[in-house]
Structure formats: structure tokens, C-alpha cells
Design a protein around this ligand. Structure first.
Ligand code: HXC
Length: 257
């Protein structure tokens, strides 16, 4: 790999961002966060974008946390700024109009776990290790972990993880719903291929509408959220994907979206 802090690969609109600080287990420092924010800003407006995947360079870590050496001497005000910088960047990631997936290929701790939680879903290699070990450092999660983790795994499990700081292996991460799938590390590239094929074959506007319905609906009461779904469902019938998709089914051929 070159010296870029984040490597970018675009395969038919499936963009993979690889955090590239393997010597520091891809720890998130200000420079990485700034670069991630810049890249996400570019992606927000990219035509033909189908999905964004995030992973870490090397075979040992996804992201082992925020950079502890950089954080050590921060004042409370500097810590607040650092957390806000990450929160804004993670919000950008979360609100991208396409599916976002964390490919967790090793240690996924602290800010790394919070980065994975800001993605729509996560898949893990079988050597992945998760945790929110901030209390071992005398702090708490500051990149959204106390809020996104309970929404993913429930408040009781989130309290367990955030107050003990214990580590969770891939099998447990799957069991508690922190990740959707576990595979051997060597199988991650094949998963990217599979996803590229699946998402590439689906109507891109429908995929975006599904994400919007779920994300925006989660912040609303059920009745309002169901009304949102109805609006987005009806809107699908105003585009050119629905006639093509349904005609293809009736004609017994593959749709061409
Ligand atoms: C800075 C880190 C780092 C981190 C690892 N490194 N994690 N540097 N910040 N979070 C560096 C090490 O200092 C070391 O550098 C190199 O990466 C390899 O790590 P080792 O510890 O030698 O590897 P190993 O013995 O295999 O242990 C792996 C590990 C351990 C278990 C993942 O590195 C570890 O516990 N890291 C910290 C995990 C953590 O506490 N994360 C949460 C951070 S707080 P050298 O130069 O010595 O080779 C956080 C808060 C977010 O994320 C919110 C903030 C607002």
C-alpha cells in the first residue's frame, strides 16, 4: 500500500475505504478523521454510488480505537473538539444515501467499534475482537458508542460492554447482533464481490429508498414511520425502476436497472 492515510477503491460504484495506519493498528487520529471526512463529503455527491465499505489495512486490525497517544495530553475542551470532529464525520457516514458496511478484519476497539456502529451493518472475520475498553483508560466512549451500541445490541449488553470494558470475540459479536455475518479473513474479498453483484443487480433508487425508510423511520413513532414507508413506496412507482423490475419478472428475464 502507498502512504495514503485512507486507500480508496471504486468497483462499479461499491467504494471501499481502507484506513491505512497498520503500524498503529489503524488508530484514528485527527489526520485520519479529517481525511475520512473529506472523502465522505466527496462520496455524498458521487453519482452512481452503490455502497461504501470500510475496513482496516493489514491482517491484525480494523481500527484499534482513537489514537491514545494523541489524546493523552488533551484538555477537556480539546477532548470535546476531538469527539465533535469524529461525531460529525460519523454522522456523514451514517447519512450517506447508500448502504454502508464495516468489514471488520481484526481488532475493533473503542473508536473503531464506534466507527463500525456508524455503518449500516458489519461483517467480521473470525479473528475479530470487539470492545469498548475506554473505562480501562479512565474515560467513556466519545465517538457515539454509548448511544449507537445500545441501539444495536440493547441497553443491558451495552452497559455490560461499556462498564466492564471486556472484549468480545466474533462468535459473541454475531450472537448479540453487533455483526451480521462472520467469515474467515480470507473470505472477505469474496464477500465484497458478492455484495457488488447483489447491490449491482438491484434498482439503485429502490436501495436508497429502503435505507431512507429504515433510517428516518427509526427516529419516528410507528404510525408516522409507516406513513413515510407508504410515501417512499409510492414514489418508487414514479421512477423507471419499478416498470422495468416488474416487467422483467413477468417476461421471465433479468431486470436491467
Ligand atoms: C494509538 C495504538 C492504539 C491506539 C494500538 N496502538 N492501539 N496507538 N492508539 N488506540 C499501537 C501500539 O501503541 C503499538 O505501537 C502498535 O499499535 C501495536 O500495538 P500493540 O499493543 O503492540 O499490539 P498487541 O500487543 O497485539 O495488542 C493489540 C491491542 C492493543 C490489544 C489492540 O494495542 C490495545 O489494547 N490497544 C488499545 C485499544 C484501546 O484501548 N482502544 C480504545 C482507545 S480509546 P508501537 O509504536 O508500540 O509499535 C477510544 C476512545 C474513543 O477509542 C472516543 C474518544 C473521544
Amino acid at each position: 500500500m502507498s502512504e495514503q492515510l485512507i486507500e480508496v477503491v471504486d468497483q462499479a460504484g461499491i467504494v471501499t475505504l481502507t484506513i491505512n495506519r497498520p503500524k498503529a493498528l489503524n488508530a484514528l487520529n485527527s489526520a485520519v478523521l479529517t481525511e475520512l471526512d473529506r472523502l465522505l463529503g466527496e462520496l455524498q455527491a458521487r453519482e452512481g454510488l452503490r455502497a461504501v465499505l470500510i475496513t482496516g489495512a493489514g491482517e491484525k486490525a480494523f481500527v484499534a480505537g482513537a489514537d491514545i497517544a494523541e489524546m493523552r495530553d488533551k484538555t477537556p475542551e480539546e477532548a470535546r473538539c476531538f469527539a465533535r470532529q469524529a461525531l460529525a464525520t460519523f454522522k456523514r457516514l451514517e447519512t450517506l444515501p447508500v448502504p454502508t458496511v464495516a468489514l471488520v478484519n481484526g481488532f475493533c476497539l473503542g473508536g473503531g467499534c464506534e466507527l463500525a456502529l456508524a455503518c449500516d451493518w458489519a461483517v467480521a472475520s473470525d479473528n475479530a475482537i470487539f470492545g469498548q475498553p475506554e473505562v480501562l483508560l479512565g474515560v467513556i466512549p466519545g465517538f457515539g458508542g454509548t448511544q449507537r451500541l445500545p441501539r444495536r445490541v440493547g441497553p443491558s449488553m451495552a452497559l455490560d460492554l461499556c462498564t466492564t470494558g471486556r472484549k468480545v470475540d466474533a462468535a459473541e459479536a454475531l450472537r448479540i447482533g453487533l455483526v451480521n455475518r462472520v467469515m474467515a479473513q480470507s473470505e472477505l474479498p469474496a464477500y465484497v464481490e458478492e455484495l457488488t453483484k447483489q447491490l449491482g443487480g438491484n434498482g439503485p433508487a429502490a436501495v436508497r429508498a429502503a435505507k431512507q425508510a429504515i433510517h428516518d423511520g427509526m427516529d419516528q413513532d410507528l404510525e408516522s414511520a409507516l406513513a413515510l414507508e407508504t410515501s417512499l413506496f409510492a414514489l418508487c412507482f414514479a421512477g423507471d425502476e419499478q416498470p422495468e423490475g416488474m416487467s422483467a419478472f413477468v417476461d421471465k428475464r433479468k431486470p436491467n436497472f
